[in-house]
Design a protein around this ligand. Structure first.
Ligand code: NDP
Length: 240
């Protein structure tokens, strides 16, 4: 195998699945994780280990990485893509929702990063690529908690980047605006779903996941000495 191992969390749909197809197309061996392992297998990618993992389960993720590294060598790229979104007015949101959002989007990212980060620092190489969001830059209606997780990711990416930079390890972020995926499926409030959907329709459906995957490839395939700190990718018609 002449290309190094790439790990993608939340690869069972949307941006993660598109990134898996794009990186596989470039010849990278993959470890793909998500809760819906059947959807990972349906991608039918070569040199690809598919593991069921909730990012809250750090030991399960550690074992999956150990198994993949035994087959394909050290992880060179971790894409922290797994994410959940439940949109709601905060006054109507229940504690289970905000715990799940932070456990997945924030604690999950810390879990998976902590498994590969020490090895990258020791090898003085590698890349962590976090999927942020424009909601980590601004505030949208009903996004108090979800947007809070993305602000947290943006802050942590910057901290990790500064910690990793002296060792030659890249920590980068890609912050999408509206992308056409299954992400809205986590929201139960029909009025909020309708509002979001009509904004999506107004934007012509959002950026395609394959376009975000192209941005991921572009960032990763720079020389190790070049780090793209953050890239915002959104439909041209999206103003904020
Ligand atoms: P999807 O819903 O299509 O994909 C989300 C992925 O995350 C799925 O593969 C899902 O897999 C996985 N996931 C969710 N919860 C967990 C968990 N607890 N453990 C492991 N995997 C989990 O949406 P997107 O592709 O849009 O989302 C990908 C990323 O992009 C997210 O971080 C999202 O916040 C971000 N993003 C999306 C935007 C958009 O407009 N769509 C805009 C900005 C950012 P499974 O259910 O099988 O576990």
């Amino acid at each position: 195998m002449d290309k190094p191992l790439v790990v993608i969390t939340g690869a069972s749909s949307g941006i993660g699945a598109a990134a898996a197809r794009a990186l596989s197309g470039e010849g990278y061996p993959l470890l793909l994780t998500a809760r819906r392992v059947d959807r990972l297998r349906e991608l039918e990618l070569p040199n690809c280990l598919c593991r069921q993992n909730d990012v809250a389960d750090i030991e399960g993720f550690r074992q999956a990485v150990a198994d993949a590294e035994a087959e394909y060598g050290p992880v060179d790229l971790l894409i922290n893509n797994a994410g959940a979104m439940t949109l709601e007015q905060f006054r109507n949101q229940v504690p289970e929702d905000w715990k799940k959002l932070f456990d997945t989007n924030v604690v999950g990212l810390l879990n998976t990063t902590s498994v590969v980060f020490p090895g990258m620092l020791a090898r003085k190489g590698g890349t962590i690529l976090n999927i942020g969001s424009t909601s980590g830059y601004t505030h949208y209606p009903n996004h108090t908690v979800y947007g809070g997780t993305k602000h947290a990711i943006r802050g942590m990416t910057e901290g990790l980047r500064r910690e990793a930079a002296p060792r030659g390890v890249r920590v980068m972020m890609i912050s999408p605006g509206m992308v056409d995926t299954e992400l809205l499926g986590g929201t139960r409030n029909q009025a909020i779903i309708d509002e979001y959907q009509s904004f999506k329709d107004y934007l012509g459906g959002g950026v395609a996941p394959d376009e975000v995957a192209k941005a991921i490839l572009f960032a990763y395939q720079q020389r190790q000495e070049v780090a793209i700190w953050d890239m915002i990718i959104a439909p041209t018609g999206q103003r904020t």
